[in-house]
Design a protein around this ligand. Sequence first.
Ligand code: UT7
Length: 367
Amino acid sequence: MSRRAKITGWGKCVPPVSLSNADLEKLMDTNDEWIVERTGISNRQLSHVENTDLAELAARRALACSGLDASEIDLVVVATCTPEILCPSVAAMVQDRIGAINAGAFDLNAACSGFVYGTSVVAGLIESGFADKVLLIGAEKLHFAMDYRDRGTAILFGDGAGAAVFEPSTDGVGVLAVDLGADGGKGGTMLIRSMGSMGEPQATNDPEIHRLYFEGQAVFKIAVQGISASAKRVLERANLTVDDVDLVIPHQANARIIDSATRRLGIEQSRVFVNIANLGNTAAASIPMAICDALEAGRVSPGDTIVLTAFGGGVTWGSIVLTWGERVEPAGVHVGELPPTDMTSLDLLQDNLRFYAPLHTDKPSVV
Ligand code: UT7
């Protein structure tokens, strides 16, 4: 049987500071009822450390879960749109920190579709024999780009990281098919302009350039259509139908988007995994964190057919269909934690609120 890429390890890192809807009510004109009804989100977690710290811990947990040593990994890929610096990559820093001394490393940016794009790259490299054991991480520290007075955007996003170890299989399990797509013409609907080489070389502290700008309703429509069409295509490519699918693990962007897209696909909600309520939208980290939560919740059984599907900035979209292997329990556990903090979300966001204040001269800069 031909060679495929299967997931043998999974791990996540959820940062410890909670930002509830009640906290958001103190920062902007919103309320818990509106947010829950329109998005399904009650809480998100914020990181007091850097993106690489989140990525490293998720990676260590996924490695322990796989039972592999870091020296056995031959490639580290990090999907992110919020690296703390552009060069070196988050992947290279993680490669060093975990001691993956035999691995190559690079970052990939497909925004919220990053983990699906990453899975397609990893699967291709493993199927071709160019790589054997690959660590794929989705990690984001999105709150730095959030203007917490922009109620149409900042209610959605949280920080976090998730990781998966992929290894070759020859018994038919693993990635069966891939569908990737993009429409760069609609890229203006979701923008983070900072960290690029745009303009003259000069220090820029312009909050307008740093913040995530996006057009909620336009993105909503693109997402619903994009996800359902892409998931249909990937199933066709694998000669499967919706009836064959045991679980859809979608990018957690908005519970209503997931609901509408999976209804279009024709799959009932009991076969769709949703964990957005406590984590919000964590972009490239959302699918690998959801994979961990689905396993923990007993929603994945050996041999299950699983669809991963996402859309995001670019705009980009993509879907993967895979067969899960035999193991649904971790082979080992990494006991490390992030450094502790006693900060509240409002403590953590003071600098952020101050930075974005010039965009809202009518509102107080510090809460
Ligand atoms: O991973 C990809 C990233 N992007 C996304 O996933 C976002 C996709 N889009 C969405 O999730 C939704 O469009 C939002 C949650 C952003 C907005 O929900 P919506 O149902 O599309 O609301 P809307 O923009 O149509 O706004 C409806 C009303 C407006 O008031 P008026 O003009 O009708 O008086 C908004 O000003 O709700 C108001 N509104 C709010 N009210 C309370 C917008 N945001 C809020 C808020 N709290 N946070």
